[in-house]
Every structure is written in C-alpha cells, then in structure tokens.
Design a protein around this ligand. Structure first.
Ligand code: NAD
Length: 322
C-alpha cells in the first residue's frame, strides 16, 4: 500500500536518500529543510517526481514546522509516518556553541512534535545516535545505562528520545528510535571520509588527521542504513521501539580511513596525526556496538565496516570528480 511520508532534514545526506528510496517505492514524500546543512542539489532527483512536495522551513520554530506539515497534508493528504532527521550533524560545532544543538537538534524535535500533534500524525521514526551512550567501556546495547553523553549533540539527541517517549504516552501511537553509528556514502555533508577526500583534492603536502589514528568506530553504508530503517518500521510494532543499527563485526580505525582515502585519491601523501586519543572534545574514540536486537528482528547487514568505508571512499571521490 502506498503511503505519505514526511521527512525533516530532507535536503541532507540521509534525508535526501531516504526521499529517493521512498519515491522509488511508489510512495508520496513531503519534506522540509532550512538548507543550513543540506543542499538543493541533494533534492535534484526528488524534485523530478510529482509525488514529492518540499517546504523550506526552520523546524525549530513550532509555527513554521506546523505550517510545513499542514502544507504537506493539503498537498498529499494524511501523513502516515514522519521521519525526523533534521539536526545539527556537526558535533564539534555544538561543543563550541551550546545553542547549536539546543536549537537544531532538540528544537527541531520540539517543533516537529508540536506540528505532528496539530496535524494528527501518529507515527514518528527518529534518527538518534550512538552518541547518546557517552563514553562507556562495555558493549553498547539498547539496555545500557545510565546514559551519560559527553557531547551536546549526544545530550540533545537523548533529550529528543525522551520527548518522543513522552509523546508516545499522549498523542503518538508508535515511535521508532534508531541509534546510528557513523553513516557514510554519497552526498555526505560531514565526517572523516568526506573531510579527507575534500582536503586531498586540494593536493596538500600532508593529510592532517585529528587524534592519533587509533580511534575505532563502526561505519555503516547509507544504503544499508535505509534498508534497516525501513525494515524496522515495517516489522517492529511496539509502542516504543529502540534499535541500534550497525555494520557487521568490529569498527574501522581512523588510520585505515586515512590510508585508504590516500590510496584512492592521492597516493603517496604522508599523514600528519595531531596526536591524542580522540579527534575533538565530545568525540567518543572507541566503541563497540551490539546489533543483536536488530538481528533477532530479522535484519542483518551485508557489509563489514572496513568494506563499507572502502566503498564510500570511492563513491565520495567520484562525486568530487576524482
Ligand atoms: N551521518 C551520520 O553519521 C549520523 C550518525 C548518527 C546520527 N545521524 C543523524 O541522522 C540525521 C541525518 O544526518 P545527516 O548525516 O543526513 O546530516 P545532514 O546535516 O546532512 O542532514 C541534516 C539536515 O537537517 C537540516 N536542518 C538542520 N537544522 C534544521 C532546522 N532548524 N530546520 C530545518 N532543517 C534543519 C540540515 O539543513 C540538513 O539538511 C541527523 O539527525 C543526524 O543527527 C547521522
């Protein structure tokens, strides 16, 4: 059955690919973005479809969020699912300025919830993050706690999860909370691979890499992320559904990302590590992530983290004409 989906942050890396995927599946898609991080270029494919409707809006303003959802309902009828992806995706920017995550990450959740209530939306899927766990030594499962984030980004994502949980008691019927690891692939607006490719394209004398290269994190390809999110929304039917989504096996070392990007884009470029065990304040340098709950639901990733990284390096390099 074809449905009407609304995506916040639709002009971003993941939001625009979700829009394309849902449109390909024959669904109607509406979305909003303020273009603070996303781009019009990311919407090029969606704009060609008559089943796509876009509103430019700052979703941290509840009035603007309500107007955007209302416009979508007027254009394409009742909204089946809101996918809430709008946020600040630059963790270090949020450490430097407290207001960034408060407005873009928590504020857009508040605005989206107010709009959802006003427009009779019953189901919201939310892009949360491994950053809600903070820096813990143990295997991260959906039951881990207490959750003590070490970045404003992680803190406002956790606060967003809490607001959604409360809304599931009053006016929402179902919420899905996805805790993503690092997501990579074409159209990315940030992240280590994205930065390395861009910097190497400028032919620097050396590639500057934050930290000592031993940071190790799971990297998931965006194609697999979309598969997993759609699978969870179709299969997980509790009132509140919380899932880690991740790649196969262990994570990838930052040194591996740097070496592989150099090999693809500018062979022979030396690496200059800035030193220290982490890239920036609020960075969680190493974590291991359990995706057993998602496997039990019936979804398994195809790619290991290193393989996903190699694929994304090539895709991002091609995007840059390299
Ligand atoms: N990419 C990752 O590695 C990753 C990891 C964990 C979680 N996430 C989450 O997934 C979601 C999508 O991330 P992404 O990588 O596509 O980032 P992105 O920055 O490309 O997309 C976020 C979008 O939200 C928009 N936005 C920000 N503030 C807004 C506002 N006030 N009003 C309207 N639009 C606004 C931006 O313009 C951007 O298009 C985000 O919520 C992010 O926190 C991403």
């Amino acid at each position: 059955m074809h449905q009407h989906h609304f995506i916040t942050g639709v002009a971003g890396f993941i939001g625009s690919q979700l829009a394309d995927r849902l449109l390909d599946g024959g669904h109607r898609v509406s979305g909003a973005d303020d273009f603070s991080l996303g781009t019009e270029a990311n919407l090029a494919g969606a704009r060609r479809s008559e089943a796509f409707h876009f509103s430019k809006a700052d979703l941290s303003d509840p009035e603007a969020a309500r107007a955007a959802l209302h416009e979508a309902v007027e254009a394409s009828g009742h909204i089946d699912v809101v996918w809430h992806l709008a946020a600040n995706s630059d963790i270090s920017a949020g450490v430097a300025d407290l207001s960034v995550d408060y407005r873009k990450t928590l504020g857009t959740t508040y605005g989206t919830l107010e709009a959802a209530r006003a427009c009779g939306v019953k189901r919201i899927a939310f892009a949360s993050t491994s950053a809600v766990y903070g820096e813990r030594g143990d295997l991260l499962t959906e039951e881990s706690g207490p959750l003590l984030p070490i970045s404003n980004y992680g803190a406002t994502k956790l606060a967003s999860e809490a607001l959604l949980s409360a809304a599931a008691e009053s006016f929402l019927e179902t919420i899905w909370i996805f805790r993503f690891p690092n997501v990579i692939g074409p159209r990315s607006t940030h992240g280590a691979i994205h930065d390395f490719v861009k910097r190497l394209a400028g032919h620097p004398e050396s590639l500057r890499v934050l930290g000592d290269g031993t940071q190790q994190k799971p990297y998931l390809h965006v194609g697999e992320l979309l598969d997993a999110m759609q699978f969870i929304v179709a299969q997980a039917g509790e009132r509140r559904n919380v899932f880690n989504i991740g790649p196969q096996g262990d994570g990838t070392l930052v040194s591996f990302l740097a070496e592989q990007t150099i090999a693809r884009v500018a062979p022979g470029t030396p690496i200059a590590y800035t030193g220290g065990d982490r890239g920036w304040v609020g960075d969680v340098p190493r974590f291991t992530y359990s995706t057993d709950k998602l496997r039990r639901l019936g979804w398994t990733p195809k790619l290991a983290s290193d393989a996903a990284a190699i694929r994304a390096i090539d895709e991002i390099a091609r995007e840059q004409g390299l």
